[in-house]
Unconditional design. Structure first.
Length: 277
């Protein structure tokens, strides 16, 4: 009985050894094939643009670094060593505040970039012509203001941008400056790549506040509490033209920023600086 047990143990050892050899050979190859068949490339990264603020007056961090964005000709902030601001306005539609904003800009000889959508171009062509006449830059905020991160094919992406640039040319007779801002700050790395391939520079922002809700506009004090302590060298400022508060405070806000030694950059400086943003 003892011999039988030993033989059984030896047989079990032989079977186990054979199984190991099988896995190391054909079995391992089969297992490797199965693992590779389950492997897929990293999914396209989709993001909502966001910021993290530190010490007052210092540049915030974004959910992508300037170096990472630069690969796609995308930017959210300028040079920390230069006391310069870049004013930008997102224009979804006109509700009577853009004229006040432009008046304040003109008073301070402050340049700005207006990112427009199709609705704004369709309903306010005279304002667009005035922007061009007064030397402001008009950028592309897409035609329908969709979630661009959900668009993965280049033809649909291009259609959103060309709808704006073509209508802008019809209105002004000029080619649109190829600046692009993703609606709501929603984007994917593929979007950034497509924008670059179409010749666009993508601009996010490093300073903004909750000014877009026309039914719950911030007070002047609330606006200043956000826009003054958080301002920083190289800031790309995002404001909305639909904000009644912005129309009312911009003159005073520009004065306060000027008193802080900050200069509003010229559009050509904005463009030229893009290589080093």
């Amino acid at each position: 009985m003892k011999i039988k047990k030993i033989r059984k143990k030896k047989a079990a050892s032989v079977i186990a050894a054979a199984l190991v050899l099988f896995l190391a050979g054909n079995g391992a190859a089969s297992l490797t094939h199965q693992c590779l068949s389950n492997f897929s490339p990293k999914k396209e990264q989709v993001e909502n643009w966001g910021l993290g603020f530190g010490t007052e007056g210092t540049q915030p961090s974004g959910n992508a670094t300037p170096e990472e964005l630069k690969e796609y000709d995308a930017h959210y902030i300028g040079d920390a060593k230069k006391k310069v601001l870049y004013l930008t306005f997102d224009c979804g539609y006109e509700n009577g505040n853009t004229e006040n904003i432009m008046a304040a800009l003109k008073k301070h000889n402050a340049p700005a970039t207006f990112f427009v959508v199709g609705n704004f171009l369709e309903t306010s062509p005279d304002l667009v012509k005035k922007m061009v006449k007064e030397g402001y830059t008009v950028g592309n905020h897409t035609y329908h203001h969709p979630d661009m991160s959900s668009i993965s094919d280049k033809a649909s992406f291009q259609k959103e941008l060309e709808g704006v640039s073509n209508l802008y040319k019809e209105i002004t007779g000029k080619e649109m400056t190829k600046y692009y801002r993703p609606p709501q700050g929603k984007y994917s790395t593929e979007n950034l790549k497509m924008a670059k391939e179409l010749g666009y520079q993508t601009y996010f922002w490093s300073l903004a506040y909750v000014d877009w809700n026309v039914d719950a506009q911030p007070t002047k004090e609330e606006a200043f509490d956000k826009l003054l302590p958080r301002v920083h060298p190289g800031a790309i400022v995002l404001l909305h033209n639909t904000s009644k508060t912005n129309g009312e405070i911009l003159d005073e806000l520009l004065t306060k920023w000027e008193e802080m030694g900050l200069m509003i950059a010229l559009p050509n400086f904005f463009k030229a600086s893009s290589a080093s943003l």
